[in-house]
Design a protein around this ligand. Structure first.
Ligand code: GTP
Ligand code: MG
Length: 216
């Protein structure tokens, strides 16, 4: 007895297998571009605007859950076209202003296409969550030709990242029903993080000169 594998199924399987590799390559390409900007910025301004960069590829289980949640069939086409955060990059900055400077720079580039901007810094979520979210596409030059891959970029300050990490632990990791007063206190804490960012922006302005514009 032997297994008969349909040609079509085999092609689909090959595509499925290739996806994480392509998304990882897209993350590597993007990370290199950001690192280059970071180096140039350091030479020009004397400091690095970026504290750290983290990347991740969404687990197959999470991809399937998300497709099901959104009511889509589990196909390679739906993964590629309907899920925008298979490749994720988080860039953590010292100062809010630098997030917007990087955004302006990214808008100018021809090797990065911005597909979507969600500004949760200007418009925080009701719980106080702040970050600037982008969906971008970066080109990969493959044997088959050029292929643009989507990456979700989350840009936030150290204070925003600290708050989001704590909130994530409380909500997701322990899967607890968070009591109302905790929700309220978390929102208060988000305001404190925002105040800290504004304070640092003010101090930076004083030290580095008034040529730097305010984020508000
Ligand atoms: P999805 O279909 O889940 O992608 O919804 P969306 O595209 O509307 O999500 P959104 O862009 O608002 O957020 C995407 C990601 O941002 C999440 O997967 C989290 O990593 C992060 N995020 C959004 N809101 C919160 C929040 O309230 N707390 C924390 N800790 N992270 C958040
Ligand atoms: Mg999303």
């Amino acid at each position: 007895m032997y297994w008969e594998i349909d040609e079509n199924d085999l092609r689909k399987f090959e595509e499925w297998k290739k996806l994480p590799v392509l998304y990882q390559l897209a993350l590597d390409e993007l990370q290199n571009k950001i690192k280059l900007i970071q180096t140039e910025w350091k030479i020009e301004n004397g400091y690095s605007p970026i504290e750290h960069i983290k990347t991740r590829i969404k687990e197959p289980k999470s991809i399937i859950n998300k497709l099901q949640r959104k009511g889509y069939d589990i196909t390679v086409d739906n993964i590629v076209n309907k899920i925008h955060d298979i490749a994720g990059m988080r860039i953590v900055f010292s100062f809010v202003q630098d997030i917007y400077s990087l955004l302006e720079h990214l808008k100018q580039r021809e090797d990065i296409t911005i597909l979507e901007i969600k500004d949760y810094i200007e418009h925080p979520k009701p719980n106080g969550y702040q970050s600037l979210h982008l969906i971008v596409a970066v080109p990969l030059t493959l044997l088959e030709g050029q292929r643009w891959m989507k990456v979700e970029i989350q840009m936030r300050t150290l204070a925003m990242d600290f708050w989001a990490s704590m909130e994530h632990i409380l909500y997701y990791k322990y899967e607890k029903q968070v009591p109302y007063h905790v929700v309220e206190e978390l929102t208060e804490a988000a305001k404190a993080a925002d105040a800290l960012d504004k304070k640092m922006c003010g101090l930076r302005k004083e030290i580095m000169g008034s040529s730097i514009s305010d984020p508000d």
